[in-house]
Structure formats: C-alpha cells, structure tokens
Design a protein around this ligand. Structure first.
Ligand code: PXP
Length: 407
C-alpha cells in the first residue's frame, strides 16, 4: 500500500528530500508489521497547522504533529492501546493521516541540533504510533510505553538498510578467467580486488568452482589475507569445498548450484528440495562463525525454505530480469524481485541480489529499499577492458549511489 506524501505549498516542499522521507516511512511501517496499509503524510506550514490545531484540539498556535486515524480504535477492533502484538491484527487497510508542520519541525531541529529530516522522521514515528493506538497522554505508563517504542523504532531505523546506501560487492572471477586463458600469472584477481576496494567496493566476491576454471585456491588464500572489506566466497555445497571454506574462513559464504557444463551459474538453488543437505552445510559453516547466503530465484517457496534452514542472507537471482528481451517482461521480473525481496526482508533475512546486472539494469534494483547489497562481476570487468578497472567500478558505484540516494 502506498505512502502518500503531500505538501500544502511549494515553500514547504522545496527543502525536503521526499525520497528519504518515503523510505523512512516505509521502513517504519515494515517494522510495525503494517507495510500492507496505506498512510498519508501531509506536510504543512505553521498557519495551516494552527488552523487544524484550533479546529480539532481547540488549542491556539501551531503544534508539531497531529494524527488522524482512519477509524476509531473501537471500530478497528483494538482493545488495548499500544500492545505491539496487536499491531499486525488491525483490520483496516488505511492507517490514516499524519500532519506535520515543517516550520515547527525546523525550529525544533535547530533547538535540538538535529537535521530537519531526522526531526521529521521522529515526528512521523510519533504520529504513526498514535495511529497504531499508542497515546502518551493517557497515563504515565502509556507515556513510557510510547517513548520506549519510539526509541526502539528509531534505533532500528538508524541501523537498517533504509538509512544506508545499497552496497556494491564486486566479483573478480573474470579477471581470473583472462589469466587462465593463458595459464599464466596475469591479470591477478588479488590485485584486481585491491583496485576495486580502493575505488569504493564494499566487498569482494569470488566463486571457487569445483573445476577451478577461473579462481584458484591460491587466489582465495591470498584474498583472505589482503581483502580489507568483506570476502564473500561463492561455492557449491560439496564436501571438499566446504572443508576449504572452513580452513580459509571467509567473511561469508554464498552457496550456489553448480553444474560442470554451465557457462555461468544458471539458476538459483532449489533450497526446498535440498533442505537437509543445505541445513547441514549452513550449520557447519555457522559453527565456524561464517554466515551463509543462499543464491535463489525470486520464489516465495525458496525464500521460506531458506529461512527455515537458518540462512542469514538470500541473494536473489536477477538474471531473468536482466536477460528479458522486452520492457514488459523485464518489468514483470522486476516486480517479482521487488515483492520477493520484501517477503524475505519481512521474514528477517538479509537480502542481496545479483547476476547479470549491468550499467543499464542495476539502478532499478539498487533503488529497492529491502536489498542491501548487489554482487556484480561480468559487466564491470568487461567495461574495465576499455576504461580501466578503477573507472569501471566508480561508474557502477555512481549508478548504485544515485539509485539508493537518501540525501
Ligand atoms: N551472484 C552470483 C551468485 C553469481 O554466481 C554471479 C556470477 O558469478 C554473480 C552474482 C555475478 O554475476 P555477473 O558476473 O553476471 O555480474
């Protein structure tokens, strides 16, 4: 359900980053488990706020925030105000309106030395809790309950993806592919990883395939020593490779299906059909302190299975979205990725995405609030042949940053 952000006048809107506010409001709805409800946020000036304050609360002067629930609590079937477990059971689909005075928010932000957007975020949180039945004016206990909830939500918000950029991890397999074409020592994926990190990559990914067609054991061992961000070892769940991972201890492992004949990873893991085997692999790796991501198609059944067997992350396969030959098909694949990423996020999984992303297809995926990190290789290495690796990484980073910009 949409969050409608409206402005009473241009002078109210011109200093605001609507995208940031929308993102933060969406994250708050998700945290409160009411992401499927509509919410209207109206930003007004002090004159309009004074009028509303007079009309609805018989008070003169402006206030910072007013909440107007879509229906009264009794109608909505809420018996006990503020109890968190009841939030998910609210039967209405529209929560109501939050009206905020930007003039007052700005004054308060200056007084409390906060940014205007942080103050507005606090006001949206406060207003939302009112809509959900919390009321600090009822009693001291109710006030403490509301304050605690407010702080909990803001803490989560500041540590959640919604206030952070989408990260870019770079897969350097194809640097090794070029090296293996001559069976020599260059170009070295270890040097490539260092260049990627210096250009701003948040992580390095390598796929150690059973047939060692590109990345070699030596590369992973050296990368373990040299990578300063995060080393994500992509691999099949075979015994020998798991033993190698346990020895090397990468920062995380991404389990992928692996077929000897394929040119690249063709599809996601069928987690639902291999739950026992994958659960064992996850367990062994987790016991060694290595979190595991499962590379899956955008499929609710696979997400549920990944959650059930204790995966920390899922990486959603973006190949079909990237390979779509017409806009309609691409759009359909995008919507599927967006809704499945949301589903995984709601289950508490951390969500990555990758495969086939290039300079044209990345922005839309990077803009999804629920996706923390993208794993991109081939497109960047291909461009690097013409522009150099540093430039190719920076060009992709610019796209990711612009798409996930929060101001
Ligand atoms: N994620 C996974 C799980 C992959 O197998 C690959 C390809 O190695 C990638 C991401 C990166 O895909 P691409 O090289 O097409 O960007």
């Amino acid at each position: 359900m949409p969050i409608t952000l409206s402005f009473q006048a241009d002078h109210v809107s011109h200093r605001l980053n609507c995208r940031l506010l929308q993102r933060r409001a969406s994250a708050l709805l998700r945290e409160c488990r009411v992401a499927d409800h509509g919410l209207s946020i109206r930003l007004v000036d002090d004159t309009e706020m004074s009028r509303l304050n007079k009309q609805y609360r018989h008070k003169s002067g402006p206030t910072n925030v007013l909440s107007f629930p879509m229906s009264e609590a009794d109608d909505a079937g809420i018996e006990n105000h503020g109890a968190n477990s009841q939030l998910a059971q609210i039967p209405i689909r529209e929560l109501g309106d939050i009206v905020i005075s930007v003039d007052t928010a700005l004054r308060e932000a200056r007084e409390s030395r906060q940014s205007l957007h942080d103050r507005l975020t606090w006001l949206v949180t406060h207003g939302l809790l009112h809509l959900l039945g919390y009321d600090h004016e009822l009693s001291e206990t109710a006030a403490i309950q509301m304050l605690d909830k407010e702080q909990e939500l803001l803490h989560k918000l500041h540590h959640s993806r919604s206030t952070a950029m989408t990260q870019l991890a770079i897969n350097v397999d194809h640097i090794a592919t070029i090296r293996q074409a001559r069976g020599g020592v260059e170009p070295d994926p270890v040097a490539a990883a260092a260049i990627c990190e210096m250009a701003g990559a948040a992580g390095i990914v390598v796929h150690l395939r059973e047939d060692r067609r590109h990345i070699q054991d030596r590369d992973v061992r050296l990368l373990r020593e040299t990578v300063k961000t995060r080393l994500n070892l992509e691999m099949g769940a075979q015994k020998e490779i798991i033993a190698f991972a346990l020895d090397i201890r990468p920062d995380m492992v991404t389990l992928v299906p692996e077929k000897r004949q394929e040119l690249t990873t063709e599809g996601g893991l069928d987690v639902a059909a291999q739950k026992k085997m994958l659960a064992r692999a996850i367990d062994r790796l987790n016991k060694a302190g290595i979190p595991v991501s499962l590379f899956i198609d955008a499929d609710g059944r696979q997400i549920k299975a990944a959650h059930e067997i204790g995966a920390t992350f899922v990486e959603i396969h973006t190949g079909r979205y990237c390979d779509a030959s017409h806009e309609k098909g691409r759009d359909k694949e995008f919507q599927l990725i967006a809704s499945m990423a949301e589903e995984a996020y709601q289950l508490g999984l951390r969500v990555f995405a990758g495969h086939g992303l290039n300079y044209q297809t990345t922005a839309r995926i990077a803009a999804l609030d629920t996706i923390e990190e993208l794993s991109i290789g081939h497109a960047i290495v291909s461009r690097a042949a013409f522009t150099g690796l540093d430039r190719a990484v920076r060009d992709m980073l610019a796209i990711v940053r612009e798409a996930s910009r929060i101001g």
